[in-house]
Write a protein that binds this ligand. Sequence first.
Ligand SMILES: Cc1cc2nc3c(=O)[nH]c(=O)nc-3n(C[C@H](O)[C@H](O)[C@H](O)COP(=O)(O)O)c2cc1C
Length: 315
Amino acid sequence: MKISLAPLQGYTDWVFKRAYQKYIGGVDEFYTPFLVLQNGGDLKTAHKREVEPFSEKSDNLIPQFLCGSVEEMSFFESYFSDLGYSKMNWNLGCPYPMVTKRGKGSGLLPYPEKIGNIITEGFKDKIELSIKMRLGLTDGNEIHEVLKALDQFNIKEIIIHPRIGKQLYKGTANRGKFAQLYNEYGKKFAYNGDINSCQDFEVLSKEIPCLNHLMIGRGILKDFWLPHKIKGLELPTDSERKIILKKVHDEIYETYSSYLSGDNQVLQKVKPFWEYFSCHFETERKVYKAIKKASGLKKYEQAVSFAFSQNLKED
Ligand SMILES: Cc1cc2nc3c(=O)[nH]c(=O)nc-3n(C[C@H](O)[C@H](O)[C@H](O)COP(=O)(O)O)c2cc1C
């Protein structure tokens, strides 16, 4: 079973990926949060940082992009292939109105012909193309027409998060619908959505025993060793876990501090990290509250010391 880390804008950036890979491991593939062209046709520096410079460590990193036109598809394919990537992932799932209104992310799902046209005219097969998508924008059956439109192209893989765009993150992922699609359309599908424990994984694998790629987002951020547990890899002891978690935190904190300027910029990055990271601690609410309250890096560091004086949740 291949396990990949889902992209979460604002959480799973290059800083997180580097620290996670160095100290935890167990994840086979990483996806960048989406890159998108700005109105002037440029990429933000923060987005470039996710993919440049390419190094051998980028082999298991798949750049993801949002695109709603032939030109944008063509830009991203050239950009990623020139950097040395051999794969890229098209985001057809993003549910945020700012994105969908511009005909990107899940905003494209009601228009299968347009999706087909973007690929026909814009994609030159220089690198592998995979897609991450939802079931639809407003209707979970939109996916059927989209899959039919995609059938004629060389799409390496389709990662399905079985919610509709309008749901945002509410309700639950529709595993039954995923199982139905998997059985109907073949084995190119990877599953993503609401896998937060080994039990969740067991239920899924009973329904779809042949599944060979699982993408997990929030479940990994809340429990760094979830991939280890699913794969049956050896787990560190409680005291080792605390040391490792501290190392991950410190590396992330130091990296942000090394290139961002001023307390506020660093705090804007590390505070969201604790939204999920605090779930490793028995007193997660207290821990997160202390972090959230911290104004300035000195106070932040005190809150971190407090956090690490607390017990971890039992494994
Ligand atoms: C804060 C946040 C940011 C996200 N950013 C992205 C993104 O950049 N690209 C993407 O394909 N999905 C993005 N997602 C969706 C996740 O990749 C994933 O599909 C979703 O969280 C369901 O999986 P999970 O239940 O394992 O977290 C984001 C989700 C959240 C909550």
